[in-house]
Design a protein around this ligand. Structure first.
Ligand code: F6P
Length: 358
C-alpha cells in the first residue's frame, strides 16, 4: 500500500527547511518507489486553508540540500487566530480539514516552530494524521535538544560578532549587537560564547544596567578599550522584569527607545561616556545555505519522518534527544517552549570565562 503525503513549512523560514523536505522525500521514494505521491502545500497553513497545493515530482527535491528558505513558501498564521472566524467568515479549521481530505492525503508533515506545532496538534485532535518537524533559529521547541536552523544561525551570528570585534577595537568603541530571540536566548548565548562577547544579555536573565556598566569599566581598567555586547532582541532589565506587559510598554514608550539594544546603548553612552554603536544583523541570521551540521540534522529528521509515515505512526513530533532521533506525542509538546534554564551549564561556562550576564 502506497502513501500520499502532504508537506508544508510554516512560520518564519530558516536554513535547513529544504534539506528536511529533501530528506523526507528521498527516503519516502526509497521506501515506496512509485507508490508514494507527495503534495506540496504552499505558504504553510495559509495554503492548507485556501487549498493552494501542488503535486511534486521526484526532481523537485533535487538540488535543494544547500538552498536556504523553503521551496514551498511559508507564512505566519498565528495559532490564536486558527479557531477564530474573522470578517471573511472563513472557518479555518474546517477549511484545512477539507483541503486535507480533498487532496486525499494519508498524512501531513508540518515543518515549523512552536506555533506550527500547536496548529499541528489541533489538526491531530481533529482527526488528521500529522507529523511535526522542529525548525527554528530560536532553538526553543520543547522536547528536542536542538532544532534545525539553530546551528546555522549561530554560525552567522558568530561571524557578525567576529567582524564587529575588529571595528570595535580599531575605534575603541562599545558595540551592542542585537541578535534574534524574543523569548529564548539560545542563539545569543551560543554565538556570544563562540564570538567571545564580553557581555551576553538574554531574556531569561534580566540585566541590571549597573552590572553591564561595571563590566565595561572593569575591561577599561585592564586596558581593554572596547567591549562587545551580544544582546537578544527580547532582553529586558530588572525593573522591566517586575512590570506587567502594559506597564512595561508604557515605560518603554516614555523613554522613546523602542528596542532593548537602543535602550542599552543609550544608557551605556550616558553613564560611561564611551562611544557606543548598535549593529542589527536581523534576518541575515535566518538567510542562506544551511551549515553542514544543519544539513545532517535536517536529513536525520526528514528520514525519520519517512519512517514514521511507513509505520503509520502519526500525531507525533520528531525530536533529537541525547544524540538520538525520537518522537514525542504532539499533545505533549504543543504549547510548551524550551527557554534557557537558570541552571543551564552554558551560563556557567560564560560566567567561568568572566563574561558578564548583566
Ligand atoms: O522565530 C524565529 C524568529 O527569527 C525570531 O527569532 C524573531 O523574533 C522572529 O522570528 C522574527 O519574525 P519575522 O521574520 O516575522 O519578523
Amino acid at each position: 500500500m502506497g502513501r500520499r503525503v502532504g508537506i508544508l513549512t510554516a512560520g518564519g523560514d530558516c536554513p535547513g527547511l529544504n534539506a528536511t523536505i529533501r530528506g523526507a522525500a528521498k527516503a519516502l521514494y526509497q521506501k515506496f518507489g512509485e507508490d508514494v505521491e507527495i503534495v506540496g502545500i504552499r505558504n504553510g497553513y495559509a495554503g492548507l486553508i485556501s487549498g493552494d497545493a501542488q503535486e511534486m515530482k521526484q526532481s523537485d527535491f533535487s538540488g535543494i540540500l544547500t538552498t536556504g528558505g523553503t521551496i514551498l513558501g511559508t507564512q505566519r498564521t498565528p495559532f490564536k487566530m486558527m479557531q477564530v472566524v474573522e470578517d471573511d467568515g472563513i472557518d479555518k479549521v474546517a477549511r484545512m480539514k477539507k483541503t486535507y481530505h480533498k487532496l486525499g492525503l494519508d498524512c501531513l508533515l508540518c515543518l515549523g516552530g512552536n506555533g506550527t506545532h500547536k496548529t499541528a496538534n489541533l489538526l491531530r485532535s481533529e482527526g488528521l494524521n500529522v507529523i511535526g518537524l522542529p525548525k527554528t533559529i530560536d532553538n526553543d521547541i520543547w522536547g528536542t535538544d536542538v532544532t534545525f536552523g539553530f546551528h546555522t544561525a549561530v554560525d552567522i551570528a558568530t561571524e557578525v560578532i567576529d567582524r564587529i570585534h575588529t571595528t570595535a577595537s580599531s575605534h575603541r568603541r562599545v558595540m551592542v549587537i542585537e541578535l534574534m530571540g524574543n523569548k529564548a536566548g539560545w542563539l545569543t548565548l551560543y554565538s556570544g560564547i563562540a564570538g567571545g562577547a564580553d557581555i551576553i544579555l538574554i531574556p531569561e536573565q534580566p540585566y541590571d544596567i549597573g552590572n553591564v556598566v561595571k563590566a565595561i569599566d572593569r575591561r577599561n581598567e585592564k586596558g581593554r578599550t572596547f567591549s562587545i555586547l551580544a544582546v537578544a532582541e527580547g532582553a529586558y532589565d530588572v525593573q522591566e522584569a517586575k512590570m506587567k506587559k502594559k506597564e512595561r510598554a508604557a515605560y518603554r514608550a516614555e523613554r522613546g527607545l523602542k528596542t532593548a539594544t537602543t535602550r542599552i546603548a543609550a544608557d551605556i553612552e550616558r553613564i560611561t561616556g564611551f562611544e557606543t554603536r548598535i549593529a542589527v544583523p536581523g534576518h541575515i541570521q535566518r538567510g542562506g545555505s544551511p551549515s553542514a551540521y544543519d544539513r545532517v540534522l535536517a536529513t536525520q529528521f526528514g528520514t525519520y519522518a519517512a519512517k514514521l509515515v511507513e509505520e503509520e505512526h502519526y500525531g507525533v513530533a520528531v525530536a533529537m534527544v541525547n544524540g538520538e532521533v525520537v518522537d514525542h506525542p504532539l499533545e505533549e509538546i504543543a504549547g510548551k517552549s524550551k527557554l534557557v534554564p537558570a541552571d543551564c551549564p552554558m551560563l556557567e561556562v560564560a560566567r567561568s570565562m568572566g563574561v558578564s550576564l548583566g
